[in-house]
Design a protein around this ligand. Structure first.
Ligand code: ZN
Length: 169
């Protein structure tokens, strides 16, 4: 079996048996992304536990590449910290924009290396990146949500100290 058919096998396997598919609760952010050139659509939710990505759940429609790529994302991102996840995203992004000339880093990308061949087809790169861009968007929204609830609790703490001069007449 040559490398190309091995890669196709991996993509097909994730397409047929997507890892972590479905929309779950709880979640801090939900996004909907569309790839109009191919007709792929994804709704994706992120659940953070502090700095850790504790779940990425999704409902995907469209071609095998976009759906398989999101399944691989679930494998690679869940259980990592947000910054580790962003590093994996960077690596995958570079592979996709490498025109098929970059040697994929299997330690970081695991099954994601199967998309190395996709990088040679500009029309399919957006398919492979759809879920990853959705994840990046959802995480940045989730971080804002988490940060603003922190601010709210420190505001409450401040207002407690302002009433100490009252009632001394
Ligand atoms: Zn597609």
């Amino acid at each position: 079996m040559d490398v190309d058919s091995l890669y196709q096998e991996i993509i097909l396997d994730h397409y047929k048996h997507p890892h972590g598919a479905g929309l779950r609760e709880p979640f801090e952010a939900e996004v909907h992304h569309v790839n109009p050139t191919c007709g792929d659509e994804i709704t994706l939710r992120v659940h953070l536990d502090g700095e850790m990505v504790s779940d990425v759940s999704y409902a995907a429609e469209g071609c095998s590449i976009s759906r398989a790529s999101t399944s691989v994302l679930n494998d690679l991102i869940v259980g990592k910290s947000v910054s580790e996840g962003m590093a994996v995203l960077d690596e995958f992004n570079q592979l996709m924009h490498g025109k098929g000339k970059i040697d994929p880093n299997e330690d970081v990308l695991e099954d994601g290396i199967a998309f190395a061949g996709v990088a040679q087809f500009p029309g399919r790169i957006k398919c492979a990146l759809l879920g990853w861009m959705a994840w990046k968007d959802a995480v940045s929204q989730a971080l804002v949500t988490t940060a603003s609830s922190d601010t709210a609790s420190s505001d409450t703490a401040l207002s407690d100290t302002s009433s100490s001069n009252e009632g001394t007449s």
